[in-house]
Design a protein around this ligand. Structure first.
Ligand code: NI
Length: 169
């Protein structure tokens, strides 16, 4: 079991636009497995590569929290192909400790990605899985829950997080 450090806001790595994975190698698969271990340890339902300092488009999600192996998805270069409906969802993030905020999400999404064998996969997700997929794909573009808030709210949460980070260092 390889548990990696989860970067916390305001780590610059969380703000970068991640690069597509050009070639899936054993190194990619090792990183994906380490991300799963890290997510389980946290525990969380999703983790994106930039949260462990890797600037590539790779995410892992498991909304069953380890209860159902069929619900573990390793997705390379995931993209939202289509989306429907609107929902307001309360979300947290492993990189934003202590923050839960209401954000707008789409109710259902169709995601296209590659699996770790390089095969194209499609996921038709609704509700929790759809929300987690949107959250993790946001991370790949350097986008955090904060960016879904209005400016006043965002500034309050940012100040609190920066104070927290200073106190912890
Ligand atoms: Ni997150």
């Amino acid at each position: 079991m390889a548990v990696l450090e989860i970067l916390k806001y305001p780590a610059p790595a969380l703000r970068r636009k991640c690069l597509p994975v050009e070639r899936i190698t054993e190194r990619t698969r090792e990183l994906a497995r380490a991300m799963l271990d890290t997510m389980r340890d946290a525990p969380g339902v999703g983790l994106a590569a930039p949260q462990v300092g890797e600037n590539i488009r790779l995410i892992v999600v498991d909304v069953s929290l380890g209860k159902d192996p069929k619900q573990v998805h390793f997705l390379v270069n995931p993209e939202i192909e289509s989306a429907e409906g609107e929902r307001i969802v309360e979300e947290g993030c492993l990189s934003l400790p202590g923050v839960t905020e209401k954000v707008h999400r789409r109710e259902t999404v169709r995601v296209r990605a590659l699996n770790l064998s390089g095969e194209e996969v499609f996921i038709d997700a609704r509700e929790v899985l759809a929300f987690v997929l949107q959250h993790e794909i946001d991370h790949l573009d350097g986008k955090l829950i904060l960016d879904h808030l209005n400016k006043t709210k965002r500034d309050v949460v940012k100040r609190r997080l920066k104070k927290q980070a200073r106190a912890a260092s």
